[in-house]
Design a protein around this ligand. Structure first.
Ligand code: SF4
Length: 63
């Protein structure tokens, strides 16, 4: 099974980079913090490069 990105919402500052760059995978939850809703929406490489590596507070992790 593919790895799943997970957003530590206690740390997320709702900057919108991950939701803008990879909207097939990340969206804002009702609490205003980002969440992964479909880990199959993009390749692991795209998730790594366009979301995890650019998150300003490094709060997206693989699990
Ligand atoms: S890039 Fe990081 S801080 Fe910005 S919305 Fe996504 S998870 Fe939150």
């Amino acid at each position: 099974m593919a790895r799943e990105p997970w957003v530590d919402q206690d740390v997320c500052i709702s900057c919108g980079l991950c939701t803008d760059n990879v909207p097939e995978v990340f969206r804002f939850a009702d609490n205003g913090k980002a969440e992964c809703y479909d880990q199959t929406g993009a390749s692991e490489e795209e998730i790594q490069n366009d979301a995890i590596d650019v998150c300003p507070v490094s709060c997206i992790h693989w699990r």
